[in-house]
Design a protein around this ligand. Structure first.
Ligand SMILES: NC(=O)c1ccc[n+]([C@@H]2O[C@H](COP(=O)([O-])OP(=O)(O)OC[C@H]3O[C@@H](n4cnc5c(N)ncnc54)[C@H](OP(=O)(O)O)[C@@H]3O)[C@@H](O)[C@H]2O)c1
Length: 249
């Protein structure tokens, strides 16, 4: 039986992916800080779902959580690094340094802590898959994207560098780069202002978590000789508009 660990399984993409992999018969370890949500997921998804409460920013907790996985959930065939967040959309000079630190600690440190915790075993076994959830924000700049976009550019380059290090090991690496997607992401970004978050999605058709869950399942289940390195996916209503020209002040 195949096993996957999905970080950030309490909401959005990670939650949809947990349901998708369970539906396909996988063993799924789901992490997140909101323990009650993980237990609710277990009630819905059944015994093939293992709740693993975890703050990915805490490396000691990450190491001991992965070391404590029961035999039914090991070895891991894949790690999906989905936990992440954006905080604020202010221009850089007005942004909160605390928000920047939180995004770096979660989207960068947390992602490489989890990766490091599982990688040695995957290499030793000659099998495994690190699937990162990056963002188009790592590819294209936008006003207010400042540190969030920079953390996702890190995810992109880290994924590419992992591929180099893992050359010949049989371990695969994929970076999924979604565009606008309707989840709790914007409510978190706007610090609980649900109205401001909802306004973003009004009169547009954004991606849904299930759209990305389908892609995650697909990239994880192509034959072992196939490594999908990168998937950029946007809703049809979104495109990249290029450069801007500011008039003299
Ligand atoms: N929504 C978009 O437009 C969009 C677009 C491109 C990429 N993405 C990326 O997709 C990923 C998932 O986002 P989403 O849209 O599904 O947002 P979401 O609904 O807000 O889910 C975010 C998940 O990350 C977890 N998380 C956040 N901080 C954590 C921490 N310190 N430790 C452990 N888990 C943590 C949350 O769990 P807890 O709060 O329970 O800890 C939650 O499960 C993120 O990496 C995001 O950057 C999103």
């Amino acid at each position: 039986m195949s096993a996957v660990c999905i970080t950030g399984a309490t909401s959005g993409i990670g939650k949809a992916a947990a349901a998708r992999f369970i539906k396909e018969g996988w063993q799924v370890v789901g992490t997140g800080r909101r323990e009650e949500r993980l237990h609710a997921l277990k009630r819905n998804l059944g015994d093939r779902f293992l709740p693993l409460p975890l703050d990915v920013r805490d490396n000691k907790a990450v190491v001991s959580a992965f070391a404590s996985l029961p035999p039914a959930f090991t070895p891991l065939d894949a790690l999906i690094n989905c936990a992440g967040l954006a905080l604020g959309r202010e221009p850089a000079w007005e942004a909160s340094l605390e928000d920047w630190d939180t995004m770096v600690a979660t989207n960068i440190n947390g992602l490489y802590y989890c990766t490091h915790a599982v990688l040695g075993e995957m290499v030793a076994r000659g099998k495994g898959h690190i699937i990162n959830v990056g963002s188009i924000s790592g590819n294209y700049a936008y006003p207010g994207g400042n540190i969030y976009g920079a953390t996702k550019a890190f995810v992109k380059m880290f994924s590419k560098n992992l591929r180099c290090d893992l050359h010949g090991t049989g371990v695969r690496v994929t970076n999924i780069e979604p565009g606008m997607l309707n989840s709790e992401f914007s409510t978190v970004r706007f610090k609980g202002d649900a109205e401001k978050a909802a306004a973003l999605y009004r009169e547009v058709d954004p991606l849904a978590p299930d759209d990305v869950a389908d892609i995650l399942y697909y990239v994880a289940t192509v034959p072992p000789h196939v490594n999908i390195s990168c998937v950029e996916v946007m809703p049809t209503c979104q495109s990249n508009g290029g450069t801007r020209i500011a008039k003299r002040r």
